[in-house]
Design a protein around this ligand. Structure first.
Ligand SMILES: *[C@@H]1O[C@H](CO)[C@@H](O)[C@H](O)[C@H]1NC(C)=O
Ligand SMILES: *[C@@H]1O[C@H](CO)[C@@H](O)[C@H](O)[C@H]1NC(C)=O
Ligand SMILES: *[C@@H]1O[C@H](CO)[C@@H](O)[C@H](O)[C@H]1NC(C)=O
Ligand SMILES: *[C@@H]1O[C@H](CO)[C@@H](O)[C@H](O)[C@H]1NC(C)=O
Ligand SMILES: *[C@@H]1O[C@H](CO)[C@@H](O)[C@H](O)[C@H]1NC(C)=O
Ligand SMILES: *[C@@H]1O[C@H](CO)[C@@H](O)[C@H](O)[C@H]1NC(C)=O
Ligand SMILES: *[C@@H]1O[C@H](CO)[C@@H](O)[C@H](O)[C@H]1NC(C)=O
Ligand SMILES: *[C@@H]1O[C@H](CO)[C@@H](O)[C@H](O)[C@H]1NC(C)=O
Ligand SMILES: *[C@@H]1O[C@H](CO)[C@@H](O)[C@H](O)[C@H]1NC(C)=O
Ligand SMILES: *[C@@H]1O[C@H](CO)[C@@H](O)[C@H](O)[C@H]1NC(C)=O
Ligand SMILES: *[C@@H]1O[C@H](CO)[C@@H](O)[C@H](O)[C@H]1NC(C)=O
Ligand SMILES: *[C@@H]1O[C@H](CO)[C@@H](O)[C@H](O)[C@H]1NC(C)=O
Length: 797
């Protein structure tokens, strides 16, 4: 009853508010348990059960055969009736209960009593495959508990071409291998809970500026075109999507931007030839929110589901799909076979994951939060309380938040803190937020940032601010905590502190949101002045902690009075507890940078394209040419011999580690290996030719904790293809393996890596295939991209 009342309210309000453009916020501006193995860890899903998938596909075909064209069209066209961010209405005659698709990658956003998890960049910084998996499972339990069939995440695009990208934090890392592993773990985990994962956004969505078409003075200006060459596409941006398909991902979202001048959601080459052809994707492609700008062309190009359904935010009554698909079949511009394929692709994962049986109903809170999201929630409207799906996830969130914190500097072992009597806490990132728990798109001045803005944000049910957690901790030992949380005041000079603190903790933040790129890589709100002023009253005792979306420049890093630096990323709702665990040494920091921190922001080489002035109204000016090829982040710094402030893969610990010198590298098969993978016929080839995924080389070594406290080493493996035998444009070295190894003091453990054919190949643009070069392939092991003490090589051809 409540449902239908709200449904009417919503429909009315939406129509009445047609001048109020309908889009995601940035532009306005039951829990199931994963099975536990004997050690208590979640047993990881080994991926797709191919036999079961093929059975589900056959069942989907049978159901499709029972539908008329109108019903088929309704399964592929979003409906505004569901009050999920995106919705497909049920078709009762075949027992199809509809699909509720919800944002997003770090939380079920339109829900109350749900958790806000650490962002993608934070989990990438853990370099911990188990944590990636556990976060995916816990997230999926919450989506399912709230009745959402599809979780709109994880994110592999943006990958992070430039550090100014406004949404990079939603994804993992500018390194495709690290992102690929995180995609794989997250997707297997989500789907093992019976929820469909969605890999987004394919492809080239590397900046927010002009990501969508705009209308200026009545003239349409196209979205930017990401012009990506074939090799860069394969070796960089497509790589983690191949992992996603390989993991059995149910759906993929196509991006707003154009790719080589054609809109991503109507790009036949990307959707049909590459994704469904080369990568063997069997699920469905769904448009980003209002990202399908054409009707039948998009369907013919390979788009399978149009969301949210209507033409645009200002015309909610008409759809380019729906009944138009039926007439398109009648007039021959769309084949019924293509519509059947779309339906089959949508129904298969639904059946495969058992979502046709006893799936929880859509949570009542998403209805009113849907209205709130669009600014339509009026005082007095019902705000029903939903089901609490948080379980004990806050414990996991706290530990991922700590594990994703990277210790960058620690002069004279300032950290962990040694029970200081008098603690100074500074900065507007330390206290609780003062403007509400749903973060506004433009950020906010007072309060800690635990997650960014837009569709990748979350609806916090509580936040543990650093200041509160530090006060709680200090109270145990009777320590004093003094604080100033107004950055304007701090920038003007420090007053009101007595006596001088034993240690000064400065909390800085960097806001990032969908819809806007960063304008500076320095932390916000006069951060440099704030650090310098605090350091002047706290010489050799100042510790800086950043909560930001990715790399910050740190002009204060070499200030001798700044003795420790922690990059704590976007840690989720337990932020304060996570950082206290690290500051006091309850958790030994084991995060490593999933990106490069430069000395100077000009060092990154690649910036966003921002056309201004009269040219901005010329669509042809919005060509983002990916001419740097694969040379982004550390690949660019390495190729150009630029010294970073802190390199990719770097991070300190409260202990020390040593790798053994007896590293071994060996070929798995002794028989001869061909340069190109043999082609095989199989009914499913998820992620492309199965031979690409076969291990050809193994590598192992031993790592020892040589310090006095327990901690985890992150052993990293980089591959160097022989520069003489590969085309120009090949990076000097690329990450191709990592293992996080927990160690007691004095303990040694063996660590091993498997390198697949894909790991050892480059994309041959002439042969249109992956090729292993002849000659010695270098394999290096170490603790960061620039700390690689052991090098070996292997010759395959
Ligand atoms: C398709 O099926 C629906 C539901 O059974 C029915 O209402 C509709 O009239 C049918 N459409 C056509 C064109 O047969
Ligand atoms: C873009 O166009 C170039 C030049 O024609 C071509 O080599 C490349 O494969 C295209 N890339 C994509 C992603 O379509
Ligand atoms: C066929 O129908 C579709 C959908 O109504 C329409 O967009 C298209 O222009 C039509 N094509 C022809 C050739 O009439
Ligand atoms: C959460 O609870 C489950 C079941 O009660 C338990 O197995 C799991 O270890 C707990 N997780 C954490 C992070 O405490
Ligand atoms: C912050 O401090 C400045 C300068 O002292 C003052 O003008 C401003 O009102 C303060 N802001 C708040 C929110 O207290
Ligand atoms: C792009 O340019 C516009 C106009 O100059 C400016 O307002 C905006 O901040 C720029 N965006 C970025 C991300 O630099
Ligand atoms: C930064 O400090 C300057 C000088 O004190 C002040 O004018 C400005 O408003 C401050 N900006 C912010 C964002 O606090
Ligand atoms: C670190 O320790 C050395 C040796 O005790 C001392 O000279 C130096 O001043 C210390 N540095 C800092 C920043 O405390
Ligand atoms: C960064 O590099 C640019 C270009 O070389 C230079 O103009 C600028 O002063 C540098 N900035 C800093 C903070 O060193
Ligand atoms: C992108 O490349 C095209 C074709 O080479 C060129 O015309 C255009 O000026 C380039 N755009 C930018 C912004 O560099
Ligand atoms: C390699 O060296 C480590 C440490 O010296 C030792 O513990 C390990 O057994 C050695 N492994 C092999 C295979 O020799
Ligand atoms: C794969 O199938 C195609 C046609 O279906 C056939 O021509 C080809 O020989 C097969 N290849 C292998 C390796 O079986």
């Amino acid at each position: 009853m409540m449902w239908s009342v709200l449904g009417v309210l919503c429909a009315t309000s939406l129509t009445a508010a047609s001048t109020h453009s309908l889009h995601r916020p940035q532009e306005r501006s039951v829990t199931t348990q994963g099975s536990l193995d004997t050690s208590g860890r979640l047993t990881k899903s080994s991926g797709l059960d191919e036999t079961k998938w093929l059975q589900s596909r056959a069942q989907a075909e049978k159901l499709c055969a029972k539908l008329n064209a109108t019903e088929k069209a309704s399964i592929v066209t979003g409906s505004m009736t569901g009050l999920c961010i995106e919705y497909i209405a049920p078709v009762e005659s075949i027992g199809f209960g509809g699909l509720c698709l919800q944002d997003g990658p770090a939380a079920i956003r339109l829900a109350d009593l749900a958790s806000v998890f650490p962002a993608g960049v934070t989990v990438a910084a853990t370099w911990d495959k188990d944590m990636m998996y556990e976060r995916g499972s816990a997230l999926a339990q919450e989506f399912k508990g709230k009745g959402a069939h599809v979780a709109l995440g994880p994110v592999a695009g943006p990958l992070g071409r430039t550090p100014w990208g406004g949404r990079n934090w939603e994804g993992f890392s500018p390194d495709p291998f690290l992102t690929g592993v995180a995609m794989d773990q997250t997707i297997r985990a989500i789907q093992s809970e019976g929820v469909q994962a969605n890999a987004k956004h394919i492809i080239g969505n590397e900046q927010e500026t002009q990501r969508k078409p705009t209308v200026v003075d009545g003239k349409r200006v196209e979205a930017y075109s990401a012009n990506i060459d074939d090799r860069t596409l394969h070796e960089l941006y497509l790589w983690p999507f191949a992992d996603a398909v390989h993991a059995g991902v149910a759906s993929v979202t196509c991006a707003y931007n154009r790719v080589n001048s054609t809109s991503a959601c109507e790009n036949e080459y990307i959707l049909t030839d590459i994704l469904k052809g080369e990568l063997g994707f069997e699920g469905y492609v769904v448009s980003d929110f209002f990202a399908s700008f054409s009707g039948i062309e998009a369907a013919n190009a390979g788009l399978d589901m149009n969301q949210p359904g209507p033409i645009s935010a200002t015309d909610l009554t008409e759809s380019l799909w729906g009944s138009n698909l039926v007439s398109a079949i009648a007039n021959g511009s769309l084949s019924e076979a293509r519509l059947d394929d779309m339906v089959r692709r949508i129904l298969t994962p639904y059946l495969y994951l058992g979502q046709d049986k006893d799936y929880p109903s859509i949570d009542p809170s998403s209805q009113s939060l849907f209205l709130e999201n669009f600014g339509l929630l009026q005082p007095g409207m019902p705000t029903p309380v939903g089901r609490d799906v948080r379980g004990n996830h806050s414990r996991l969130i706290r530990s991922i938040g700590a594990a994703g914190t990277v210790l960058l500097k620690n002069t004279n072992n300032t950290l962990p803190l040694k029970n200081p009597n008098n603690i100074g806490v500074f900065g507007n990132d330390a206290p609780d937020v003062s403007t509400g728990l749903i973060f506004p798109d433009n950020g906010f001045e007072i309060g800690t940032v635990v997650i960014g803005g837009g569709s990748g944000s979350g609806h916090n049910s509580f936040i543990v601010p650093p200041l509160d957690a530090i006060k709680d901790r200090a109270r145990r030992t009777g320590s004093t905590v003094q604080y100033i949380t107004n950055n304007t005041a701090l920038a003007a000079g420090i007053t009101g502190i007595y006596p001088w603190p034993d240690i000064c903790l400065v909390f800085l933040k960097g806001w990032a949101t969908e819809g806007m790129d960063l304008v500076s890589l320095e932390a916000d709100y006069n951060s440099t002045l704030v650090v310098e002023n605090v350091a002047s009253i706290c010489p050799k005792k100042t510790v800086v902690i950043t909560h930001s979306a990715g790399p910050n420049t740190m002009p204060w890093a070499s200030n001798p009075n700044v003795v420790a630096i922690l990059a704590a990323h976007y840690p989720g709702e337990e932020s304060g507890n996570s950082i206290v665990d690290v500051l006091y040494g309850d958790v030994n920091p084991s995060g490593r940078l999933p990106y490069t921190i430069a000395n100077n922001e000009t060092d990154y080489g690649v910036s966003i394209l921002n056309v201004t002035g009269s040219l901005a109204e010329d669509s042809s000016a919005w060509n983002v040419n990916f001419t740097e090829g694969q040379f982004i982040d550390y690949r660019h710094f390495d190729a150009n011999e630029i010294a970073p402030l802190y390199e990719f893969g770097f991070g300190l610990s409260y202990t020390t580690f040593e790798l053994a010198s007896n590293m071994s590298v060996s070929k798995v098969a002794s028989s001869s290996i061909s340069p190109y993978p043999a082609h095989v016929n199989s009914s499913l080839a998820l992620g492309g030719n199965p031979n690409l995924w076969k291990t050809l080389v193994t590598c192992s070594s031993s790592v020892k904790n040589t310090g006095s406290v327990r901690g985890a080493a992150v052993v990293q493996l980089y591959v160097s293809l022989p520069q003489d035998n590969v085309p120009v444009g090949t990076p000097i070295r690329v990450l191709r393996g990592f293992e996080k190894v927990p160690l007691q003091p004095g303990e040694t453990k063996r660590v091993s890596f498997s390198l697949t054919r894909r790991d050892l190949s480059y994309w041959d643009i002439v042969a249109q295939d992956w090729k292993i070069p002849s000659g010695e392939i270098g394999v290096s092991l170490g603790f960061s991209s620039r700390d690689l003490p052991y090098k070996s090589s292997v010759k395959i051809l």
